[in-house]
Design a binder for this molecule. Structure first.
Ligand code: NAD
Length: 266
């Protein structure tokens, strides 16, 4: 039986000018970690499409307004990439949101909203990218999911966020297994404490910002907090041919924090 979806994508490829550059989609690439990832791939010579609700403040990146929880919106994104670029080599599922709420006070809407943005989006993007990544022109196709160390261990009041990131980690394993035979690798990056406004808000709760920053730095054997570029560098590597024997893995990028057993601050 013919696979008309694949044939349609193949025809689109013939009808468009396919460049030799890799084409990369970064969800949630308008700011912070996603923007650093998008810039990292752009610096590596790729054509980068930011799929976000808002545009990035950087005109070297292409932008497609996309709501990653919405199937129609993701379908439209993939159709655009097929007709304009004819290929998709790398998908970075980075869009994500968090809330801070104790389990006993959490309402069903909180749970559903976080699960939609953090988990449903990864499923939709991964499923709908498949025809484009297997149309015969993708170079070393790879998917990189952004999970979190909070999928591996807990911070209080982050129950749904942690559960969503654990799900991303698990889905990464399945994607690696199911897409592996088609030549697509899939890995996750679990960032630790990355200096972004989300964490700045946490720090600002404390009157002695210098003290709390230095306490948090001390949790990290490398002696500093993470930068969005730390995640970007790892994403570019994981999507490259140099990582060709790595799939189904979750790489913790957390300055060694997860290697350190807590001791009382005596
Ligand atoms: P951020 O809030 O600065 O950026 C998230 C981006 O996702 C925004 O541009 C936003 O517009 C976009 N987005 C949200 N909902 C969307 C939707 N429905 N459709 C399309 N785009 C949507 O977050 P960040 O700090 O840069 O984090 C990026 C990723 O890294 C997230 O998945 C987050 O969970 C993960 N992470 C962050 C940290 C950290 O310390 N900042 C640590 C671990 C993991």
């Amino acid at each position: 039986m013919k696979d008309w979806g694949l044939i349609a994508v193949g025809l689109l490829v013939i009808m468009t000018n396919v460049t030799s550059d890799r084409t990369v989609i970064v969800t949630g690439g308008a700011q912070n970690i996603g923007l650093a990832i998008a810039k990292g791939f752009h610096a590596d010579g790729a054509t980068v499409i930011v799929a976000d609700l808002n545009p990035p403040d950087d005109n070297t990146l292409l932008f497609r307004k996309t709501n990653v929880v919405d199937e129609d919106s993701v379908t439209t994104l993939m159709e655009h990439v097929a007709s304009t670029h004819g290929r998709l080599d790398v998908l970075v599922n980075n869009a994500g949101i968090a809330i801070e709420v104790p389990i006993k006070d959490m309402i069903v809407d909180d749970w559903d909203r976080i699960m939609m943005v953090n988990v449903r989006s990864v499923f939709l993007m991964t499923k709908l990218a498949f025809p484009l990544m297997t149309n015969g022109v993708s170079k070393n196709p790879a998917i990189v999911n952004i999970s979190s160390i909070e999928g591996l261990a807990a911070n209080p009041n982050h129950g749904v966020y942690g559960a969503s990131k654990g799900a991303v980690s698990s889905f990464t394993h399945n994607t690696a297994l199911e897409y592996g035979p088609y030549g697509i690798r899939c890995n996750a990056i679990a960032p630790g404490w990355i200096n972004t406004p989300f964490n700045e808000q946490f720090l600002e709760q404390y009157p002695n910002l210098e003290k709390v920053t230095s306490e948090i730095e001390n949790l990290h054997p490398v002696g500093r907090l993470g930068l969005p570029e730390d995640i970007a560098n790892t994403a570019v590597y994981l999507a490259s041919e140099k990582a060709g024997f790595i799939t189904g893995q979750e790489i913790v990028v957390a300055g060694g924090r997860m290697a350190k057993l807590p001791l009382p601050n005596l």
